[in-house]
Design a protein around this ligand. Sequence first.
Ligand SMILES: *[C@@H]1O[C@H](CO)[C@@H](O)[C@H](O)[C@H]1NC(C)=O
Ligand SMILES: *[C@@H]1O[C@H](CO)[C@@H](O)[C@H](O)[C@H]1NC(C)=O
Ligand SMILES: *[C@@H]1O[C@H](CO)[C@@H](O)[C@H](O)[C@H]1NC(C)=O
Ligand SMILES: [Zn+2]
Length: 504
Amino acid sequence: MIQITLYIALFVIKSIDGRTIDQYSHRREQLIQEEIASSLGGRIVLNNEEKTANGILMYWKNKEIDESFHNPAYFNFSRHYFTYKKYMETSKVYQIVRKMPKGAALHVHSSAMLHEDNLLQLTYEDHLYACYTNNDLSLRFSDTVPVRPCPVKWSLLTELRNASGDVTAFDQELKKHLTMYTENVKDFDSDINNVWKRFNQVYTVVKSLIGYRPVREKFFYAALKNFYNDNVMYVEIRSGLHQLHELNGTLHDKMYLAQLYRDVASKFKEDYPDFQGVKLIMTRHRTVDLNQLREALDVARQLKRDMPKMFAGFDLVGQEDLGKPLIDFLPELTKAKNEMDFFFHGGETNWYGTPTDENLFDAILLGAKRIGHAYALVKHPSLLVSVKQKDIALEVNVISNAVLALVRDVRNHPLATYLALGLPVVLSSDDPGSWGAAPLSHDFYVAFVAVASKHADLRMLKQLAINSIRYSALNENEKIQSFKMFNHHWNRFIKDIIKHDKQR
Ligand SMILES: *[C@@H]1O[C@H](CO)[C@@H](O)[C@H](O)[C@H]1NC(C)=O
Ligand SMILES: *[C@@H]1O[C@H](CO)[C@@H](O)[C@H](O)[C@H]1NC(C)=O
Ligand SMILES: *[C@@H]1O[C@H](CO)[C@@H](O)[C@H](O)[C@H]1NC(C)=O
Ligand SMILES: [Zn+2]
């Protein structure tokens, strides 16, 4: 009805003055194009091959969006991620995004990098003891029965598995402790504390599995392999550097894990020379007291001294609403500010005007190089300006925000606004292993199809990949190398899209 009225109105205007309507259409188109040009990637100029590839990509993207637009019931992204995760791989857009060289993953927590299927394999290693109570599981590699509390008794996992009589069912049950993912999620749980509780449970079990030094080596190598296979060329891991142990219980110091990451990454790079490597953002839980924070900063200083190529900076982690705000640590952080780079989590909250929300002010005032999540930034107009002026990158993790109860329908994610404003965004996946996500492809796909404008195209995807290198902690030479490698992979990717475009 509105449309008909509009047509009549236009017809009347047109018949009155043909030029008026032409001018209107021109101005309208101009405004739309200006907006697209100032959005993220809007100023990239595609070459002819890229234009062809873009046509293919956008054919599939438009088809997917149009289908949902006309049948919102089919729109999966307004539901819980767990309900549509397994269908994503059938999407043509997803298949292209998966092959795309995505540059770097700049926001991932090291213990949550690996998929539950890979974690399950690690439970087949020898000497693994399990303490199974009703809802809880603890794991410990040990040469003798672990001398740590267990309400029931420690048993070898191989024996439990064997005794179960049904290995598949046993492993299925075991996997429930290694991931939050579940086939039968009822609905979006809006109690963020509840969701984080479950998340922390999974985290704790996984950490108990990978506390053993040789298993941590295998874990990290397998994680890098998954990222590499997902076309990620460089990773910045966040790690609290927990103490690893040997089978006889001997503990290593914190620096040992940093060295292990460095050595495994270096071995991985030998095996896959086009991989660009790993750097480390050291973290501490945001519930710590002042003394613990001082100690952590001292470890960070030592890391920077002893492993300057590996060390990227410092961050505080954990559920932001329940932890201490940055301002509680102001004297220590101000002192450390000139000694190291900060990559603070900030504004991972829905609580507007609270101390959590205001972490964003401190992250910016303390000179953070990038901000983790910055979910609440959209509510702070002056900070939006600062971020753009100071060129502070925002590490956005859409699926994490959906799983961890900040947003239900991802069309409402503030990333849409950040992209439209052309802010320096990088996409990452936070804890992909904890919910069974692909290292980066799921996040890229959801952001591209469900959060970004329908108009957003290959240029936005390319800019996101470029940003991930530009805003990384790589030094200038390393960036030049990475861009060289990226361009090489990108050109191959463009040719591949065109070559495989037969189904149309
Ligand atoms: C959406 O989910 C349905 C099942 O609920 C599935 O059949 C369909 O393939 C999914 N669509 C996409 C684009 O993932
Ligand atoms: C596995 O269980 C069977 C009986 O169910 C037993 O005969 C066998 O010795 C067990 N193997 C191991 C390695 O425990
Ligand atoms: C414990 O094991 C490690 C590694 O196998 C070994 O280097 C260390 O000497 C052992 N310590 C003791 C007390 O047996
Ligand atoms: Zn995080």
